[in-house]
Design a protein around this ligand. Structure first.
Ligand code: 9MJ
Length: 671
């Protein structure tokens, strides 16, 4: 055997062992350790080596079978027609190559495809005999799976009897069982409360729920099914194309995804992919790509199969939302209110198009729950525009010298004692802690607060470090010559900065209140205070009871506001700011019912194309609406753009009206 062959043989051996282990974790235990993207890479590498060395292929290689044998507890059932798997395309070129093969084999210029979202759940086969649900089975190894009929019967989107007069003698129908995101999040919250381990993702939650021996547990889980393929059919003549069959399935009362389209030509299919990529985060369930299927059955037959995957279909995957990387270190950050947040510093990794090198670990409990250590390999998840999250540690990759993280008991910046308030750790240093001072000054100068252009984070840190600025009022006594000695500060930038500081003196009361950084007082609360109490004096003097009566201000925030204004150092800084010329226009009394959107609470989420969310907010407020940051039962309307996530799901749960950007424009126009 040549040297090269020897090397290939040992790599193949190692890959098979790894894949078998991860298959077992995924299929037998419903508890995968590594992201799908990583598993796919192992599989692809094995496939590649086996293609290069066909003599090394053995019948027990993971490439020669899909999935894992069923568990013992459920009865094993044989599928009447094997359940297919799909080949994957990871990029546009692979899709174009697929289309080229299809066209060449069919001898046509353009192919009609059914384009479908690729649901990320678990594949299932149902058998209806004379219209009655007889069997539900998991995919298993594609030839036989587990009899989960009792569990399948608990899922409301699966009809127990088909609709209509002419149900076929036999109908074997395939689809995906999924758990919608909102239901998944709720289930995990419950599990955490009960001290149980949360599911890593909706797919595992769906699989874990369906493979319960007690159907009463399954019945409590929010599962849904979408149908997308047929197995054996007897006693009915079907249409001559896949799409029409799906429409027939829908007629029988089976659920078929609303996003499925018929497209002609691969360009239209690729446009569908782009459309779904934009829609992805706004869908109530997770999808990991789209599927293109040659629509006409005659053409499907002509194309046939390679091993177990049809030549007439391909899954076009989205870039992974999950990747694997290692933890270089763990340290803590001190926030503006002293909250201490542990942060994992990661070996940079691209997750769905964005480089991630830090991830918040939230609090001490989260570190303990994950059991994360420096040196660990971890899974990073990023969905939509939310902050990346570490969802799990790959324990089998833990180096022997991985160090557990010891939560500090003193602030790493000022050395003051750290005090725990539930799971929240806080530095007790207050204004003595330079980290807290710097963070509150960064907040003060930020765009939505005093909006001091050119006063960035690095500059603020320098100003504090050299002792030029101790509190916000000190910004307003800075002179150009004070700035001269600072790093990267030319004469021109010094001049511009002083001008920007001067310009920021002219502000609004809500922006000023927000800039103060009172814990719990975000933009929406600052606006509530300003519109209801009208003057800074009234707000400073308001008693807790009065504050609590304002909309959306609860006892905790009311207490924070009250306490803040009664601390002498805060009062001094506020007085000095005003003495130094910070001012805002006279109060505008709260417009009552006169404005078109008065009394309406609106939440903006996701991206808007024609305007920023900030602009939308201002225009809505000008029409009298209250724009809030979170969805609650008091919300009247949610404007959801692409990328909307949890807020949109919550609105859907609460039955709140949701509109898109078009709807928003109509609303603004009508106002
Ligand atoms: C998913 N997972 O959504 C198929 N799938 O068709 C769709 N899976 C499939 N089709 C044949 N939409 C085999 C698998």
């Amino acid at each position: 055997m040549t040297r090269e062959k020897q090397d290939a043989k040992s790599e193949i051996q190692s890959l098979r062992e790894q894949i078998n282990y991860h298959n077992y974790r995924y299929y037998a235990l419903d508890d995968p350790e590594i992201p799908d993207a990583e598993y796919d890479r192992l599989m692809r590498r094995l496939q590649q080596l086996e293609t290069e060395h066909p003599d090394l292929v053995t019948p027990d290689s993971p490439t020669q079978r899909v999935g894992h044998a069923p568990l013992q507890q459920f009865r094993e059932v044989r599928h009447l027609v094997p359940m297919l798997s799909l080949s994957n395309a990871m990029n546009r070129d692979e899709v174009l190559a697929f289309d080229r093969r299809v066209r060449e084999k069919l001898g046509v210029d353009r192919v009609e495809y059914a384009a479908e979202p690729k649901l990320d759940g678990l594949a299932i086969s149902l058998i209806y005999r004379h219209g009655l649900l007889e069997l539900g089975a998991t995919r298993g190894d594609g030839y036989s799976g587990e009899d989960v009929t009792q569990n399948v019967r608990t899922i409301e989107s699966i009809p127990l009897r088909l609709m209509g007069e002419h149900a076929p003698e036999l109908l074997e129908v395939r689809g995906e069982i999924i758990m919608p995101r909102a239901g998944f999040e709720k289930l995990n919250r419950q599990r955490l409360k009960q001290g149980k381990k949360p599911f890593a993702n909706p797919r595992n939650a769906a699989a874990g729920s369906l493979r319960q021996l007690d159907p009463r547990i399954t019945a409590q889980r929010p599962l849904e099914m979408y149908c997308y393929a047929l197995g054996k059919v007897q006693g009915v003549s079907l249409p001559d194309a896949h799409y029409d069959t799906l429409m027939q399935l829908r007629q029988w009362g089976l659920r078929v995804n609303r996003e499925i389209r018929r497209v002609t030509g691969i360009d239209a299919a690729l446009a569908y992919y782009e459309e779904m990529a934009v829609k992805r985060d706004a869908l109530p369930y997770e999808i990991d790509g789209v599927v293109y299927k040659v629509n006409r059955y005659r053409q499907q037959e002509k194309l046939g199969f390679v091993s177990r995957a049809p030549r007439w279909a391909i899954a076009h995957k989205f870039p992974a939302h999950e990747e694997m990387t290692t933890v270089k270190s763990i340290d803590v950050q001190v926030g503006r209110t002293g909250a201490i947040t542990p942060v994992a510093r990661l070996e940079p990794v691209e997750v769905g198009g964005v480089i991630v090198s830090n991830a918040s670990l939230h609090n001490k409990d989260e570190i303990e729950r994950l059991d994360i250590r420096v040196g660990d390999t971890v899974i990073v998840h990023r969905a939509g525009d939310v902050i990346p999250k570490i969802t799990a540690v790959v324990k089998s990759k833990r180096p022997p010298d991985a160090r557990p993280f010891v939560f500090p008991d003193h602030c790493p910046v000022c050395g003051s004692e750290i005090i725990f308030d539930g799971v929240i750790a806080r530095c007790s240093g207050g204004l003595f802690c330079p980290a807290q001072v710097k963070e509150s000054l960064k907040h003060f100068a930020s765009r939505k607060a005093m909006d001091i252009e050119g006063l960035g984070d690095k500059l603020i840190e320098q100003l504090v470090d050299v002792g030029l600025v101790r509190n916000a009022a000190d910004f307003y006594v800075l002179r150009e010559e004070d700035l001269a000695g600072l790093e990267r500060m030319g004469e021109k930038s010094a001049h511009n900065l002083i001008r920007a500081i001067e310009a920021s003196k002219s502000t609004t009361l809500p922006a000023f209140l927000y800039a103060l950084g009172i814990p719990g007082v975000g933009e929406a609360t600052a606006l509530t205070l300003a519109t209801h109490l009208l003057t800074l004096e009234a707000i400073r003097n308001a008693e807790i009871e009065k504050l609590e009566q304002l909309p959306d201000i609860g006892p905790v925030v009311a207490d924070n506001i009250h306490t803040f204004f009664r601390q002498s150092h805060n009062a001094e800084v506020i007085d000095r700011l005003i003495e130094l010329g910070v001012h805002w226009p006279d109060p505008q009394p709260l417009a009552t019912e006169s404005l078109p959107l008065s009394g309406k609470t609106i939440v903006l989420t996701g991206k808007l194309e024609g305007m920023t969310r900030e602009q939308a907010r201002k225009r809505l407020q000008a029409l009298g609406a209250k724009v809030s940051g979170s969805v609650s039962k008091n919300t009247d309307l949610v404007v959801a753009g692409p990328g909307a996530g949890a807020k949109q799901s919550r609105a859907r749960e609460l039955g709140i009206r949701i509109i898109d950007e078009r709807g928003l424009l109509d609303l603004l126009d009508s106002g």
